[in-house]
Design a protein around this ligand. Structure first.
Ligand SMILES: [Zn+2]
Length: 265
C-alpha cells in the first residue's frame, strides 16, 4: 500500500481489465466503468488493498491471498504476458496482478463504498492498531488456540499463517496455548510481539526484501531457532502448517500431528 499509494493516483485510468474469470469477483459495474476515472490513493483494510476513485463513487478491492502479487509497472517496463488482472493508466503505467501456482484464489472486486463497508464489516481491528488492552479483550472473548485466533480476520485483521508463526515464536508462546489462559504479562508480551514483528517485516518489505529475509521460522523446518538454536519443528494440518520452536514455545514437546496436538493444548 505504501509503495502503490503515490503511483496509483498519479494518472487517470485508461483501461481497467481484463481480469481472469476466476479472479474478478464482481460483474456489475463492469471494470470498464473505471476507465477515465482516477484513483484518490491506495488504502488497506486488513489484507485487502483498496483503491477508491477520486469522485468517491467506486472502490477497487484486491485480495492477494497467499500467492498473489500486485505490482506497478512504470511506462515501458516489461510485465507478465497474461496477468490475472491488468489496469493501464494514461501515460503507460500499469497495475498488474499475478498469482503463482495452479490455484487461483486472489480476488478483484469493483464495488461502491457502501458495498465495500458491508463486504468488510466482519473484519476485526487492524493488527497494526492493536494495543495490549484491545488484545486482552480479544483473547478473553472465548477459549481459542492462539495460532488460529491470530489469523482469524474476524478477531484481528491482517495477520496470516506465516506471521502467526513469527509472532508466537517471538512471544515464546505455544501455537496451541488457550487464549483465555494468558497471564497479563504474556498478553503484554504477545501485543509487543505482534507490533515488533509486523513493523520489522514492513521495514524489510519496503527495502525490497523477500520471504527469506522476513521470516525467521516460517518455512524453515530443521533450521536452528534464531532465539535458541533448537531445530525448528512443524505440525501439519489439512489446510496449513504450523512452524514452532519446541524449546522456546512448547516446553520441549513435539507436536506430531493433529491428534497429538489436541492433547497438548
Ligand atoms: Zn527456540
Amino acid at each position: 500500500m505504501r509503495e502503490l499509494d503515490p503511483l496509483v493516483s498519479a494518472a487517470a485510468i485508461e483501461q481497467a481489465g481484463p481480469a481472469h474469470i476466476a479472479t474478478l469477483k464482481t460483474a456489475d459495474p463492469p471494470l470498464s466503468t473505471l476507465n477515465g476515472h482516477r484513483f484518490a490513493r491506495a488504502r488497506r483494510r486488513g489484507k485487502n488493498l483498496l483503491f477508491p476513485t477520486e469522485d468517491g463513487e467506486l472502490v477497487l478491492r484486491v485480495h492477494l491471498m497467499s500467492a498473489g502479487r500486485l505490482r506497478y509497472l512504470a511506462p515501458g517496463a516489461k510485465g507478465p504476458k497474461t496477468p490475472m488482472f491488468r489496469l493501464r493508466f494514461s501515460g503507460g503505467g500499469e497495475l498488474v496482478l499475478t498469482e503463482a501456482g495452479k490455484k487461483k484464489r486472489a480476488g478483484v472486486w469493483l464495488v461502491s463504498p457502501a458495498q465495500l463497508d458491508a463486504d468488510l464489516s466482519h473484519l476485526g481491528p487492524d493488527a497494526l492498531d492493536l494495543d495490549t488492552e484491545m488484545l486482552a479483550e480479544i483473547l478473553g472473548r472465548e477459549r481459542r488456540q492462539l495460532h488460529p485466533l491470530l489469523r482469524d480476520q474476524r478477531a484481528i485483521a491482517g495477520i496470516g499463517r506465516a506471521h502467526s508463526n513469527e509472532i508466537l515464536l517471538r512471544a515464546r508462546l505455544s501455537p496451541f496455548k488457550v487464549s483465555t489462559e494468558l497471564t497479563a504479562a504474556e498478553t503484554e508480551t504477545l501485543a509487543g510481539a505482534i507490533r515488533d514483528d509486523l513493523h520489522r517485516a514492513l521495514e524489510l518489505r519496503e527495502r525490497g526484501k523477500g520471504d527469506k529475509d522476513v521470516y525467521v521460522i516460517h518455512n524453515r523446518l530443521g533450521e536452528p531457532c534464531p532465539q535458541c538454536g533448537t531445530p525448528i519443528a512443524r505440525v501439519d494440518f489439512e489446510e496449513h502448517t504450523i512452524y514452532y520452536c519446541p524449546a522456546c514455545q512448547t516446553g520441549g514437546r513435539l507436536l506430531k500431528d493433529r491428534r497429538l496436538s489436541r492433547l497438548l493444548r
